[in-house]
Design a protein around this ligand. Structure first.
Ligand SMILES: Cc1cc(NC(=O)CCC(=O)O)nc(C)c1Br
Ligand SMILES: [Fe+3]
Length: 245
């Protein structure tokens, strides 16, 4: 439970897009973090989970990129998730594609609805592909980091969790966010059908605590038009790596 942060919002199928977008705008503006539970509803959530499980069984997941510290010997200590990138048009991704377009819908409409078409002063017009991640349950974790520390264009991180009956006391796997400017943390359990949004920049350092059961999540990063154009310009001029996805 959040002390200074928003309480999770339990979505209801009767919620209009307007109500959901208004909630996203309010929480993002006030806290920089927004949690929506029952995002797709159990039935469609299970269909997404089954597609991810099938992908995992098909072996297309590869070891996660190293966030920093290329020293391979320490690879295991930096992060040990398995990931695959999809655009949702692949075979057997029908429900993942629906999830992606539902998130697109909410983010883009919330961005338009926010005062003068900006949420957090961003103009959002694109995103990365979807990153499907699996943390094997052997204590795999992810060290504290910032998703976008150097203005690569990503402004909102959107994470959809797929873990049925997840019990943090037994399986750990908490996402702990350390919002800038307060010494309170936001602990977010990666529970089934939970949608999480947070600003991708230095306002939200976060870590995944060791997980002791297989932990699945689908992440999208949304781009701010101006920051992304700037980042690509820099990329061309200086050949600097910018998040290529
Ligand atoms: C590839 C990549 C993944 C993540 N994921 C998380 O922080 C875990 C969130 C969660 O699963 O709760 N972050 C970055 C900066 C990169 Br790059
Ligand atoms: Fe991250």
């Amino acid at each position: 439970p959040f002390n200074h942060m928003p309480n999770s919002y339990y979505m209801d199928p009767s919620d209009s897009c307007y109500e959901i977008c208004h909630r996203v705008i309010r929480d993002m503006t006030q806290y920089g973090v927004c949690v929506l539970n029952n995002f797709l509803g159990k039935e469609r959530g299970l269909m997404v989970l089954n597609e991810v499980l099938d992908m995992y069984r098909s072996g297309i997941f590869t070891a996660g990129q190293l966030v920093s510290n290329p020293a391979s010997t320490e690879a295991q200590t930096i992060r040990s998730d398995l990931i695959t990138w999809i655009d949702g048009k692949e075979a057997n991704c029908h429900y993942i594609r629906q999830l992606i377009s539902q998130v697109d819908n909410i983010i883009l409409r919330a961005n338009k609805m926010a005062n003068n078409g900006r949420m957090g002063d961003y103009v959002i017009n694109g995103r990365t592909k979807a990153m499907v991640a699996c943390y094997p349950g052997s204590g795999s974790h992810y060290v504290k980091h910032v998703d976008n520390p150097n203005k690569d264009g990503r402004c909102i991180t959107a994470i959809y969790y797929l873990n049925l009956d997840w019990d943090v006391k037994r399986y750990g796997g908490l996402l702990r966010v350390f919002p800038e400017g307060t010494n309170q943390v936001a602990d977010i359990a990666p529970i089934f059908d939970r949608m999480l949004f947070f600003w991708s920049d230095r306002r939200n350092p976060h870590e995944v605590q060791p997980a002791y059961s297989t932990r699945y999540a689908i992440t999208l990063w949304y781009f701010d038009t101006h920051e992304r154009e700037e980042a690509l310009r820099n990329y061309k001029e200086r050949g600097q790596p910018s998040s290529s996805k």
